[in-house]
Design a protein around this ligand. Structure first.
Ligand SMILES: [Zn+2]
Length: 280
């Protein structure tokens, strides 16, 4: 069974690039999209991540007090733009349950909600550091509790052509989704990889949400060949192990669809191209 992937624009946040690539370009402010992914095969529609709830954007600011936009209207508009309605989504998969990925779960009361068992426990009992940062949106707990849920505990097949892999590091229960398409398997890694440079340290440019290119600093040798960690990791050991695992799943750089990468925002794969040099 082959799938198509529609990358949904669910809002954006203006942050220091150093949030996504620790120690690199800390004085550069970039607009990172909140992304979701609608996977379509025949009449089957599956959503990966739901974006941020507007309740979590106070006076135009979200996580870390940074200017942001988003909310359920963005998700409903993005679905409509791709000829879909919320009622048609049979399954919602969460790469993780951070506020900007689980915020609009309430729009899918009839769907099956799939996430990692450890992620649920983390949402119920966040560490003080996670509370200070406001990583989770506790208001989603009673909502998800009412829904039919599948809490997975390891690598598993979700359905024909879709695999889930446990990739902790950014959070305890992070999931990576692999999607089989007519042009090979695409990888949706969640926030364990925010942007291409997290996996490909030598990347020297990005595009903004209007498609304009700008220069970024390639990672110096001391970062090593595996990748550039973001500033938001709960476990660096887990992160490097998961990065190694994702490398083993990945067929080419452009088969990777990072969860805050402007270069893929609004595109459909296979089909659209990614206008960015990604040196391996
Ligand atoms: Zn996150």
């Amino acid at each position: 069974m082959k799938w198509k992937i529609h990358v949904l624009y669910l809002g954006d946040i203006l942050v220091s690039k150093g949030v996504s690539t620790f120690g690199l370009d800390t004085d550069l402010r970039i607009n990172l999209p909140y992304l979701g992914y609608m996977l379509v095969s025949g009449s089957k529609k599956i959503l990966v991540d739901t974006g941020i709830n507007s309740r979590f954007i106070v006076d135009g600011r979200a996580w870390g007090g940074n200017p942001a936009r988003g909310g359920e209207r963005y998700l409903l508009d993005a679905l409509e733009k791709n000829s879909a309605r919320a009622e048609e989504i049979e399954t919602v998969v969460y790469t993780h349950l951070h506020n900007d990925h689980a915020g609009n779960c309430h729009l899918f009361p009839e769907s099956l909600h799939v996430f990692h068992y450890d992620e649920w426990n983390e949402l119920l009992n966040p560490l003080p550091s996670m509370r200070i940062r406001g990583d989770f949106d506790p208001d989603v707990i009673p909502i998800i509790q009412r829904f039919s849920c599948l809490k997975v505990t390891g690598d598993c097949k979700l359905t024909e052509g879709l695999m889930l892999y446990h990739t902790p590091g950014h959070t305890i229960g992070g999931l990576t989704v692999s999607v089989d398409t007519s042009e090979g398997v695409y990888i949706i890694p969640g926030d364990i990889i925010n942007i291409y440079q997290n996996l490909f340290p030598k990347v020297a440019e990005m595009v903004d949400l209007k498609g304009r290119r700008f220069k970024i600093t390639p990672a110096p040798e001391r970062y090593g060949p595996l990748g550039v960690p973001s500033a938001i990791l709960y476990d660096h050991y887990a992160w490097y192990r998961s990065i190694w695992k994702i490398r083993g799943l990945l067929r080419s750089p452009k088969h990777l669809l990072p969860c805050h990468e402007p270069a893929i925002c609004g595109k459909t794969f296979p089909g659209d191209s990614i206008e960015l040099e990604i040196p391996e």
